[in-house]
Write a protein that binds this ligand. Structure first.
Ligand code: ZN
Length: 255
């Protein structure tokens, strides 16, 4: 416990030093730290490296398609795997620039990146946000929340709710099972791992019943976590569940 405290103190000290430096130093790119005119932005070359995912996309998974006959076109992966959520949309592919930004956001306490991500999410999820009646976020387990001190998906959800005037409740979904790390697991193994890990508390079911829910996550890897969350929301009476995230891991077979 004492070593954890020491670790936490060191982390707080490094954040304080970094934030003081940020105030003294001129604005710089959020990724490569080259000098810029304004703070909180990316330089041109980092910006160009983001692989934005734009239409045409698979109606369900939101993965890029070479072409689509109509907006309801499904990818081969979506046809092979039925999801509980209706649509997932992301800003871009989880590589290079977005990977670095998400990593800083999750593990390096760069909570100010919320302001960078939210306008991108509003653009990527415009159709979903128009229809959403309630926003929810993928919850962290208590241990992870304690060690990180904040849930990055909840920060995004709260800010989106404010920007788009849609209800948000931080406790709509509860993580009731501690799951092992999903790294290295296949989609089926991940699905089994997170199955039954989430539920909607009884006192929150009114907020879910017959509502179109928009679920916020940071990164969609195989989609097993959002699938488990969507299952819990639908079980509690949600009309539909859409998913909006910063990035998605693009596997060769996901198109
Ligand atoms: Zn840069």
């Amino acid at each position: 416990m004492r070593s954890l405290e020491r670790k936490s103190n060191r982390r707080i000290l490094s954040i304080l030093i970094e934030s003081s430096l940020d105030q003294v130093l001129p604005p710089h790119c959020l990724v490569c730290r080259s000098r810029l005119q304004d703070s909180g932005k990316l330089c041109g070359s980092c910006w160009r490296e983001i692989r934005f995912i734009t239409k045409p996309v698979c109606y369900c998974l939101g993965t890029p398609l070479p072409y689509a006959i109509d907006p309801a076109t499904l990818s081969a992966a979506a046809l092979a795997r039925k999801t509980s959520y209706t649509r997932a949309r992301v800003v871009g592919a989880y590589d290079q620039v977005l990977r670095k930004l998400v990593h800083d956001y999750k593990f390096r306490d760069k909570v100010e990146l919320t302001n960078f991500f939210v306008p991108l999410l509003i653009q990527a999820g415009a159709e979903l946000l128009r229809e959403a009646e309630q926003i929810s976020a993928v919850p962290l387990n208590r241990w992870r929340l304690w060690s990180r001190r904040y849930n990055q998906s909840a920060l995004l959800a709260k800010s989106l709710s404010k920007e788009c005037q849609i209800n948000y409740d931080a406790f709509l979904l509860k993580r009731v099972k501690r799951t092992r790390s999903q790294i290295g697991l296949t989609y089926r193994q991940r699905l089994k791992n997170v199955s039954g890990a989430f539920l909607v508390p009884e006192n929150k079911s009114d907020l879910v019943q017959d509502k179109r829910i928009l679920l916020i996550d940071d990164v969609v890897t195989t989609g097993s976590t959002v699938e488990a969350c969507a299952n819990a929301l639908l079980k509690s009476g949600a009309k539909s569940v859409d998913v909006l995230a910063i990035a998605r891991v693009l596997y060769p077979q996901s198109n």
